[in-house]
Design a protein around this ligand. Structure first.
Ligand code: CP
Length: 317
């Protein structure tokens, strides 16, 4: 594998799932692959899980890891070509990226949507600059429109917990005080549309995701109806995608918060969230602390999804 930016890079998700479950049983079997190789992780945005799980995955494979927080300690980077650089950004991405590529063998990038320009966000401007100019294989650690390491971990978790061959999986919008990107719901939809599940998305009107991610999913605007018979509830907030409201908060309606009453409509569904989660906005304390909450094992699988991806990239060097 050269780059990892979406589900298609895994080629066959059944094979990827098998690799994941095998690696989980024996995560130190491939330390030879990463010997004398370096994984550089570039963060334009904060992280807890991605930062730790990806480093752990790379170390499991015998790699060295380096982490750069672009906005803390590195030079501020200009992204636009043709700009007269007389402001507060002393370095241009067009030099910085190939320089970063000199010091490593593979690069992970986290660069969220900025909600300033939808075309820039949805063309994955920053991630693609790393792919174009670093000279090294690049993987997404959450970019503007996708979080494929998270969605792969979500898929692994559903595979481990499902009690029937084709479970009903519901992605539900939930309220949040700040505008969040669509990366997690986009990638989750991308993966669920490839998986053997009944996939339903529920959200208030105005929060429709881009069609290329929704594809064949059922969109149900009545959250209670969507929850009926569900085996997995995946909660997430996102800001509006559709014009003219791109990046805006249209609702903070707390009747969409996932609570015990709503979970009672389900088939004893497991509760999932990518974390970090705002309690009593997205989900009540009662639900996230319940036996049905699998947010911690879900986060644990971030190590496994990253390890499958990095292993495949090392095999392609
Ligand atoms: N789920 C996730 O990506 O967590 P972090 O933002 O903490 O990395």
């Amino acid at each position: 594998m050269r780059n990892y930016t979406n589900v298609k890079d895994l080629q066959n998700i059944k094979d990827a799932l098998k690799d994941a479950l095998d690696l989980k049983q024996n995560r130190y079997a491939y330390t030879h692959l990463g010997k004398n190789k370096t994984c550089l992780m570039i963060f334009f945005n904060s992280s807890l899980r991605t930062r730790l799980s990806t480093q752990k995955a790379a170390m499991n494979l015998g790699m060295h890891t380096m982490v750069l927080d672009v906005n803390q300690g590195a030079w501020k980077l200009e992204t636009e070509r043709g700009v007269i650089m007389d402001g507060d950004k002393p370095e241009h991405m067009l030099e910085a990226i190939p320089v970063m590529g000199q010091y490593c063998d593979i690069i992970g990038v986290r660069a969220f949507a900025q909600f300033e320009n939808k075309a820039d966000d949805y063309s994955e401007k920053i991630l693609n600059q790393f792919i174009q100019y670093s000279g090294k294989p690049v993987f997404s650690m959450e970019a503007a429109t996708g979080h494929p390491l998270q969605a792969f971990a979500d898929l692994i978790t559903i595979e481990e917990y499902k009690k029937k061959a084709r479970p009903k999986v519901v992605l539900t919008w939930a309220p949040h005080p700040r505008a969040l990107p669509q990366a997690v719901p986009n990638s989750f939809a991308d993966f669920m549309n490839e998986a053997d599940v009944e996939f339903v998305i529920t959200h208030p009107r105005g929060y429709e995701l881009e069609e290329k991610f929704v594809r064949g999913a059922i969109v149900e605007y009545d959250q209670n109806k969507a929850f009926e018979g569900a085996d997995f509830i995946y909660a997430k907030n996102w800001a509006a995608y559709q014009d003219p409201n791109y990046g805006k908060i249209l609702s903070t309606d707390r009747s969409w918060t996932v609570d015990a009453q709503k979970m009672d409509l389900t088939n004893k569904a497991y509760f999932m969230h990518c974390l970090p989660v705002r309690r009593n906005m997205i989900v009540t304390d009662e639900v996230i602390e319940s036996e049905q909450s699998i947010v911690v094992p879900q986060a644990a699988n971030r190590e496994i999804s990253a390890q499958v991806v990095i292993k495949r990239m090392l095999e392609g060097l």
